[in-house]
Write a protein that binds this ligand. Structure first.
Ligand SMILES: Cc1ncc(COP(=O)(O)O)c(C=O)c1O
Length: 401
């Protein structure tokens, strides 16, 4: 797992001189370097899953690196378009596409959709007919595995994401003259760090997908494998090797005999570029446990409560004090507000700051910011030696009515 680099540590240390509230900090130089390495290949077309982090400067960095954009709501679409990105570079995924949302997306120029139900197909056809346009459609497939393996995207659980092959098999594509069924979409496992396991899951998908495409008389030109590439959150984990992923994808592309493979990456694209910087309120001993109470918790960074997986944490200041094991807690009145157990220098006081890393994806916008009326965290970027506040903090006086 990458440690806090010296320039980032210096920039954050400078910032905290004038800060009292938690904030997010994104290293855009590191992000750009990482993304260009991902796009320097011809195996897979990459979209950015905006849900991972919709901050304007993050979207702009993805744009500069050659990604197109996967949006799951009207808000995400508006945010992408506001960065000057053309709607023909937008893909719309998500199980809740109302007629109203479809109409809005077409009015704004979006023409590529992942359809997740028979209704969505019919509603996309109706809207496309009204607009006298042709849409590119991928059908989202949900397969079942015997493994009984779960994760937030479902794994083997039954979810609302797409439909089973049996349900899709009733679709008669010739009835939809405004829809060009270019391919299939499948995505059921998130945060995978095992490249072999991922390759094996993809491998098992080919047969049922190709069979369904034949059954529906779809000329399978595109296969979209979603996201799911993980990043390490614990010291015992190691990063996934992109070149190994590319080798697997190349094989899948050949075996499925498609012109294009697509993925829409969230976590793997932006997760490693972000930090959540959090002031210590106090250290206390409770029964036999060392507790650190922090100014921000799951109101700013919810993920540990959802996954029970902590973000890596370190003390911002250098210290030679003997390390102790601490449990880290936020300010909310719930035991769920727990940011993990960490080994940190023992001399931490209320003057200190804790820096959580790997926070670039599924950070602030995945959280529960209004509970207990705390200030919403600001977001800073760091690029070519400059720190910039992209979004200032929002106090409760400014959001409560
Ligand atoms: C349809 C779809 N594609 C891509 C992603 C991004 O996944 P990840 O962050 O694992 O790359 C998501 C995340 O929920 C998703 O729902």
């Amino acid at each position: 797992m990458p440690a806090l680099s010296t320039p980032v540590k210096t920039a954050i240390s400078d910032l905290v001189q004038n800060q009292h509230e938690p904030f997010y900090f994104y290293d855009l130089d590191a992000l750009h370097a990482h993304l260009t390495q991902l796009t320097e290949q011809t195996v897979v077309k990459l979209w950015y899953a905006v849900k991972a982090n919709p901050l304007s400067s993050i979207i702009q960095t993805l744009d500069q690196a050659g990604f197109d954009f996967d949006v799951a709501s009207s808000g995400e679409l508006q945010q992408v378009l506001a960065q000057g990105i053309n709607a023909n570079r937008v893909l719309n995924t998500g199980p809740a596409k109302s007629k109203r949302q479809i109409e809005e997306f077409l009015s704004l120029g979006v023409t590529t959709f992942v359809a997740e139900s028979l209704n969505q197909v019919a509603w996309l056809q109706d809207a496309a007919k009204r607009h006298k346009i042709q849409l590119r459609i991928l059908l989202r497939i949900q397969l079942r595995w015997p493994d009984n393996e779960k994760n937030p995207l479902g794994g083997d659980s039954l979810t609302p994401f797409g439909l089973g092959t049996q349900e899709w098999s009733s679709l008669s594509i010739s009835e939809y003259d405004h829809l060009d069924f270019v391919g299939l979409h499948i995505f059921q496992w998130g945060n995978m760090l095992d490249a072999e396991k991922l390759a094996s899951l993809w491998q098992q998908m080919i047969d049922p997908l190709v069979t369904l495409a034949e059954q529906l008389d779809i000329n399978l030109r595109v296969l979209d494998l979603g996201g799911g590439l993980g990043i390490p959150y614990a010291a015992s984990q190691s990063a996934i090797d992109w070149s190994v992923i590319l080798d697997s994808l190349e094989n899948i592309k050949k075996q499925a005999n498609v012109d294009e493979l697509w993925m829409e990456l969230g976590r793997y694209a932006v997760g490693e570029c972000g930090y959540y910087v959090n002031p210590v309120v106090e250290q206390k001993r409770n029964y036999s446990s060392n507790q650190l109470i922090l100014a921000g918790g799951i109101n700013h960074i919810l993920r540990p409560a959802v996954t029970t997986q902590a973000f890596p944490a370190e003390l911002l200041r250098d210290s030679t004090s003997t390390p102790k094991t601490f449990t880290l807690h936020g300010p909310l009145c719930t035991a769920l507000d727990h940011l993990g157990e960490h080994t940190l220098p023992g001399d931490i006081t209320e003057q200190d700051w804790i820096v959580f890393s790997q926070c670039g994806a599924y950070g602030f916008t995945e959280s529960m910011p209004y509970f207990l009326c705390h200030t919403l965290p600001s977001e800073y970027t760091y690029q070519s030696g400059q720190t910039r506040c992209v979004r200032p903090p929002l106090t409760p006086q400014n959001y409560l009515r």
